[in-house]
Write a protein that binds this ligand. Structure first.
Ligand code: 3BY
Ligand code: FES
Ligand code: FE
Length: 421
């Protein structure tokens, strides 16, 4: 009896933490700094949900691959000979060596560096030297990983039975993303930063713009403060009403051009997401320092540079901004309880020429600056929540609603995982 009490103590402790979560408040400190919660986050959140990892245009040709690690699971995503995108565990079926150590590359076949077991692009073992007569290659294929391609945004799921409601997201989001034609883009820039903070602090920070006016001088040039909610103070009423009119007119114009724009909010779904095409301030074209296009060649069939910004947020780990001229896409991957990888990619039309159609420094300036500022905010939050003085604090019902939707989703999914075991 004593033995089982000891054995089950961590889960019990986690269940208690989940059960006493106070709605409307930030999470208790162990959620941000304990190894037990981190391990549970990897097991119940990152290994059981659809995780955004990459874009299809990073692997345009057969044999192109990217790798990513979700917790301790190395994953390989590649384009096969039929131009289909597949995901596998990046683990050799011989003695388990990681197959591809590079973050991206291009191969004819996948040759394990250890003893040269060789797999084709379908993951089938086609060569293994020194093995006895009767050794069956077909029993040693790479282990597949579930993958969904949302118009070029690639999501993987490590669960045996992935959440089926990803299909709702694919169906509803498809028409929003399709006009930007990710398949016809290229990565103009990628920047990885490792934030000294728990991944949930990164996600919570992303879900509000309460902090934007005070911290993001570059982003707020193009961002309407009203687009992220505002306290209904009398002196702001006229500004808010004006913004709402701009949204209404812009949506009508964009929808007429084949750009779906209306808000969809399904953040409580297992595969939760939210989207909306939002007007941008001033010239209204792009998230740049002068709010004009950063790339002369517009994406897909989009004719009008003035198409606002389609934002798309997913639970648990991504957000994306699609403009007429470029796309910025973010993936968040937990590394340890207090370090997190934030990977940002800027996509432009594949035929756009650097130095002619776009300038990388100009393209990346706003989000580079913003990421740096957000990193600082997350790192300062981590220092604060580690203090014995930290207690969960109240969310604003006006500007932190989406933060609460994130933490509610997280608590719900973690609780469900702990119940299922
Ligand atoms: O990317 C976003 O949508 C949020 C809101 C604006 C700042 N931010 C990180
Ligand atoms: Fe891959 Fe031996 S571990 S060939
Ligand atoms: Fe921010």
């Amino acid at each position: 009896m004593q033995e089982s009490a000891i054995r089950f103590q961590p889960v019990q402790k986690l269940r208690e933490l989940v059960a006493r979560r106070q709605p409307g408040y930030s999470l208790e400190a162990p959620f941000y700094n304990s190894q037990e919660v981190f391990d549970a986050d990897i097991k119940y959140i990152f290994q059981r949900h659809w995780i955004y990892v990459a874009v299809s245009s990073e692997i345009p040709e057969p044999g192109d691959y990217v790798t990513v690690e979700i917790g301790k699971e190395p994953i390989l995503i590649l384009r096969d000979d039929d131009m289909q995108i597949k995901a596998f565990h990046n683990v050799c079926r011989h003695r388990g060596s990681r197959l591809c150590a590079d973050e991206k590359g291009s191969v004819g076949n996948l040759v394990c560096p250890y003893h040269q077991w060789t797999y084709n692009l379908a993951g089938k073992l086609i060569f293994a030297d020194h093995m006895p007569e009767g050794f069956d290659l077909s029993h040693h294929s790479l282990k597949p990983v579930h993958l969904k391609n949302l118009q070029g945004l690639l999501f993987v799921c490590l669960a045996d039975e992935p959440p089926a409601d990803i299909d709702v997201m694919l169906e509803q989001m498809g028409p929003y993303i399709a006009p930007h034609q990710i398949e016809n883009t290229k990565v103009a820039a990628q920047i990885d930063i490792i934030e000294a903070g728990n991944w949930k602090l990164t996600m919570e920070n992303n879900r509000e713009c309460y902090h934007c006016t005070g911290n993001h001088p570059e982003l707020t040039i193009s961002l309407y403060a009203y687009s992220y909610g505002f306290a209904p103070k009398a002196e702001l009423a006229a500004g808010l009403a004006n913004y709402e009119n701009i949204v209404k007119d812009s949506h009508a114009r964009w929808e007429a051009c084949g750009l779906p724009s209306a808000e969809i909010e399904k953040l409580s779904d297992v595969s939760g997401f939210r989207t909306m095409r939002m007007p941008l301030d001033r010239k209204g074209q792009s998230q740049t320092m002068d709010t004009g296009s950063a790339c002369k060649k517009l994406l897909g069939d989009i004719k009008d540079a003035d198409s606002g910004g389609l934002s798309f947020w997913t639970q648990p780990n991504s957000w994306h901004h699609f403009m007429a001229d470029h796309i910025v896409t973010f993936t968040v991957l937990p590394l340890t309880p207090d370090t997190t990888l934030v990977r940002t990619k800027w996509l432009v039309h594949k035929d756009a020429v650097e130095g002619v159609d776009y300038d990388v420094a100009n393209l990346t300036r706003v989000w580079n600056a913003t990421n740096g500022q957000d990193r600082h905010l997350v790192e300062e939050s981590q220092v604060g929540v580690n203090s014995t003085a930290y207690r969960p604090g109240p969310y604003s019902p006006y500007t932190e609603e989406l933060v609460e939707k994130f933490t509610n989703w997280y608590i719900g999914r973690l609780g469900a995982g702990l119940e299922q075991g």
